[in-house]
Design a protein around this ligand. Structure first.
Ligand SMILES: [Zn+2]
Length: 151
């Protein structure tokens, strides 16, 4: 296991690297029960993986990975999170939630990532400016690539 969970300075609990992770290495595969939107407890851990599909809580480290507007990890279509750069031991792992969330009625939540290009609010992919959408394109879950960047 490359991750451990502890208190994050950013938000509640976070997932941290238990050993150095090299750029391009897989970090964790997101898991959990596959739920229809109507079955999701939005107060509990969840990940949108399709227009109406979600993963519920897995009970392991993937539940605790926080958002960053300048993340050190990201998806490449599937549910495996990869390191976008070299990550040191004890560094917090983050990914950009807007590469998965795309609900019309998601109002967003204030971001506390502290990065220099923080967008201020975490929003649905569809509500991002076009230049940000383009930048996030390589990191999107496949249902979003298929929808917004069809071949
Ligand atoms: Zn931010």
């Amino acid at each position: 296991m490359k991750l451990y969970v502890r208190q994050s300075s950013q938000h509640g609990s976070g997932a941290f690297a238990s050993e150095p992770i090299h750029e391009g290495e897989p970090i964790i595969v997101f898991s959990g029960p596959v739920l229809h939107r109507s079955e999701v407890d939005f107060d509990d851990y969840h990940l949108q993986i399709g227009e109406t599909l979600y993963l519920g809580p897995s009970g392991v480290a993937d539940d605790y990975i926080n958002h960053s507007c300048q993340p050190n990890s990201g998806f490449r279509g599937g549910l495996t999170l990869y390191a976008l750069r070299d990550i040191e031991a004890d560094e917090e792992i983050t990914w950009d939630y807007s590469t998965a969330i795309d609900e019309e009625d998601f109002g967003g939540f204030p971001c506390a990532c502290g990065s220099s290009d923080c967008r201020g609010v975490v929003r649905s992919f569809r509500h991002l400016p076009q230049d940000v959408q383009q930048r996030l394109r390589p990191l999107l879950l496949s249902y979003l690539s298929d929808r917004y960047f069809p071949h």
